[in-house]
Ligand binder design. Structure first.
Ligand code: SAM
Length: 261
């Protein structure tokens, strides 16, 4: 088989630790329908196929790797193209899981896409840059707590692996990595639409050093409402339930909260 050179523009760092690859794939609980993002040369794919998952689809942007994978795994369903433009609804009628050692340069965009499709995605197991993984799983009252932490943890129960060093990859990335395992929780309807919730959370964090009273000035909320104690806090001091409560209250007062997806 032809030797595949890694391409920087696609964030290619191939996992070479076979034991780790096996451990990552074993984390998946829901195995009926799975999308693997960025299979590369197939180090995770090989394990998934050996574990006899029933409906595996892989999404790979690099045409050379698509050719390589189709030869290495005859019969594998490979979607050639950009995961960010893939319509998940056309792939599976049922709910599904996601797995992947992500291209780190687009990992936040992939998480936002997963959140947009949260009611179809039961679970995700993803490897990404340690700092980004820590932000997603961060507790409140920490610098790392932000928009992605609030949105992801509202809909998923998350756990974070130990750090994974660069020498587990070829070529080695410049950063450490971690695996997030996330399972959809019971928050189906939080009492406010997702896009409005996302917009309000983004507004709260737009200037982390400001109190909510200042960050949310553009929403023109009534003084009697913004005089309550919660508005003297900064966004990173709010727990998930505070964000849900606050967003619902704002939505009651201001039905015109404009969403920017
Ligand atoms: N899973 C393999 C492994 O662990 O060795 C490869 C991981 S590598 C960090 C990221 C993979 O994602 C590469 O194969 C790359 O070509 C692919 N990729 C990059 N951008 C992509 C995109 N927008 N859509 C789908 N795949 C993408």
């Amino acid at each position: 088989m032809t030797k595949i050179k890694s391409k920087k523009k696609f964030g290619q760092h191939f996992l070479i630790n076979e034991e780790l690859a096996s451990d990552i794939t074993k984390k998946l609980i829901f195995r009926d329908s799975i999308i693997e993002i960025g299979p590369g040369k197939g180090v995770l794919t090989k394990n998934l196929l050996a574990q006899k998952v029933s409906n595996l689809v892989v999404s790979e942007i690099d045409n050379d790797l698509v050719t390589y994978l189709s030869i290495r795994f005859p019969g594998l369903k490979i979607i050639s193209g950009d995961i960010l433009t893939l319509d998940f609804n056309k792939l599976f009628e049922n709910k599904f899981s996601i797995i992947g050692n992500l291209p780190y340069n687009i990992s936040s965009q992939i998480i936002f896409k997963i959140l947009d499709n949260r009611d179809k995605i039961l679970e995700f197991v993803i490897m990404l840059q340690k700092e980004v993984a820590e932000r997603i799983c961060s507790a409140y009252n920490k610098k790392s707590y932000g928009i992605l932490s609030v949105l992801a943890q509202t809909y998923y129960d998350m756990s974070l692996s130990e750090k994974i060093l660069p020498n587990n990859f070829e070529p080695p990335p410049r950063v450490d990595s971690c695996v997030i395992h996330a399972v959809r929780n019971d928050n189906i309807d939080i009492g406010i639409g997702y896009n409005k919730f996302k917009t309000i959370v983004k507004n709260c964090f737009q200037n982390r050093r400001k109190t909510l009273r200042n960050s949310l000035k553009n929403l023109n909320l009534p003084k009697e409402f913004t005089s309550s104690d919660i508005f003297s806090s900064r966004a990173e001091q709010l727990k998930l339930n505070d964000f849900i409560w606050l967003s619902k209250e704002i939505n009651k007062i201001n039905h015109e909260v404009r969403t920017n997806k």
